[in-house]
Design a protein around this ligand. Structure first.
Ligand SMILES: Nc1ncnc2c1ncn2[C@@H]1O[C@H](COP(=O)(O)OP(=O)(O)OP(=O)(O)O)[C@@H](O)[C@H]1O
Ligand SMILES: [Mg+2]
Length: 465
């Protein structure tokens, strides 16, 4: 499981002979070994080095106990496995060590192959813990903040992981409230630029001239009102990420200047002579359909291609109803914590939520949940508390006109009915597509195909259902 050439082990023992023996033994077994002779040194290494895969520590040392080393190692990373060795037959300490999360406890003298076998098992456990954590963090969005088990969100997290460190521009499109800003931030926090600035500007917020000086800075007296000189956001974001929100609103003349800055990787302040080199990763977002803006002459094609190197199209929430329950639970926890309340959803509520169209997407879902937390009376949130009365759960009622008009669109009418049935089934099954398929007596494949036909799903593999 573990790759021996990259396994890093910290050995801590005050006894020189044993220390050297362990160094040789573990190196020969193919591990990378760092050896220290006391608790203080061990704590120093644990704090400053990348987390170790395993730690082998003596228990009683002149400057402290192995329990401190154990606690520090576990604190640094829950994946690090600790094996405690001791000359004293001290069972109460052994118990304490296990309680603190030691993988195992060996009494001196121990046989070399017993230690090696114990370490191998410990490293296997480390690999499993680490792998589980990666999975858990991914779906829960712990690393990126992007929740969701739909194929679309899974793909998105993969893309961010792969492309976060590329210097190329990112263009994020999607309806309002689909998470464009969240994704922009994730590109930043998952990159090696994370220690530097994440600078945001709303491209539609200012008149053209102010916007230009906001972006590129200005010299003293460059225009009326420019009292001092100013650096501008490109320079503020140097080494980091500049988030150009609502890029579709950027006035055309500024689009030219932005394109030049991106191509030359230099900016010139308003009223300035000098071009200053910049190292900025640009992430842009818009809820406009930029392709159409280009066609209609409102957005420059060359800038579009410059930005559209990595493209993220965020699907609206109604196209990934399987994400709704997870998001709702997360938002419920968040707002319960804010409002010091303790509430949960009924199954009925979760089903109801999964069937809503949410034109305002995740932001609207959050508003609905926040309101329910503020106003909900009982410990359980029912559809009523979510406003469930005012909006109908889609039900398959289809009225036919008394007289069919000439040229009645039969196919359109049937499609409407089919769509409603597919959605109602999904709602009844809490957003779980496999169950919805079963309910309708069709294969999962054909259910998914029909959803996709109406733009209600994706053709990704089933996940989490
Ligand atoms: N996949 C997700 N997981 C967790 N939270 C999300 C997700 N998508 C969106 N959100 C949350 O929904 C809210 C709206 O997201 P955000 O502000 O990023 O949307 P937006 O696309 O920038 O919207 P607008 O176009 O209106 O500016 C935020 O609170 C965000 O954290
Ligand atoms: Mg936004």
């Amino acid at each position: 499981m573990s790759n021996p050439s990259t396994t890093r082990i910290l050995v801590c023992d005050d006894e020189r002979g044993l220390r050297e023996m362990l160094r040789v033994l573990l190196r020969r077994a193919g591990h990378d070994v760092v050896v220290v002779e006391g608790v203080r040194q061990a704590l120093g290494r644990l704090a400053s080095d990348a987390p170790y895969d395993a730690v082998v520590t003596d228990l009683m040392m002149p400057d402290g106990t192995g329990l401190e080393v154990l606690a520090a190692a576990r604190e640094r990373s829950e994946a690090t496995q600790v094996v405690v060795i001791t000359a004293f037959a001290a069972t109460d300490r052994a118990v304490e060590a296990m309680r603190l999360g030691a993988y195992d406890f060996l009494e001196k003298p121990f046989k070399n192959d017993v230690l090696l076998a114990t370490l191998d098992k410990a490293l296997e456990k480390r690999a499993i813990v680490a792998e589980n954590r990666v999975l858990r963090d991914r779906v829960s969005g712990r690393d990126t903040g992007i929740l969701g088990l739909s194929a679309g969100m899974e793909k998105l997290r993969g893309l961010i992981a792969r492309a976060a460190d590329a210097p190329t521009s990112v263009l994020i499109t999607g309806e309002s409230g689909t998470g464009k800003e969240l994704v922009a931030r994730a590109f930043h926090t998952q990159s090696s630029r994370r220690e530097r600035g994440f600078v945001t500007i709303n491209c539609g917020a200012l008149p053209e001239q102010l916007m230009e000086s906001e972006l590129f800075g200005h010299e003293k007296g460059a225009f009326t009102g420019a009292a001092g000189r100013k650096d501008g956001l490109f320079r503020a974001a140097d080494g980091g990420t500049l988030f150009l929100d609502e890029i579709g609103e950027l006035p055309l003349p500024l689009q030219v200047k932005l394109l030049r800055a991106l191509q030359e990787r230099k900016v010139r302040a308003v009223g300035g002579e000098r071009e200053v080199p910049i190292d900025v990763r640009v992430v842009a977002a818009t809820n406009r359909e930029l392709e159409r803006e280009v066609k209609e002459g409102r957005f420059r094609e060359d800038l579009f291609y410059r930005l559209n190197v990595i493209r993220v199209e965020l699907p609206p929430l109604r196209e990934r109803p399987e994400d709704i329950a997870l998001l709702a639970q997360h938002l419920l926890e968040k707002h319960c914590a804010y409002q010091h309340r303790s509430l949960r959803f009924s199954q009925e509520s979760l089903r109801w939520l999964a069937a809503q169209p949410f034109p305002g997407n995740v932001r609207e879902l959050e508003n609905v949940v926040e309101r329910a937390v503020a106003l909900g009376a009982g410990p359980v949130i029912e559809p009523d508390d979510l406003g469930g009365r005012s909006v109908d759960v889609p039900s398959v009622s289809h009225t036919l006109p008394a007289d069919l008009p000439d040229g009645f669109d039969l196919d359109g009418h049937l499609a409407e009915i089919e769509k409603k049935v597919l959605l109602q089934a999904l709602a009844q099954c809490g957003g779980v597509r496999k169950r919805a398929a079963k309910l309708l007596g069709m294969t999962f494949r054909s259910y998914r195909y029909r959803l996709a036909k109406y733009g209600l799903g994706d053709d990704g593999d089933e996940e989490g259902d």
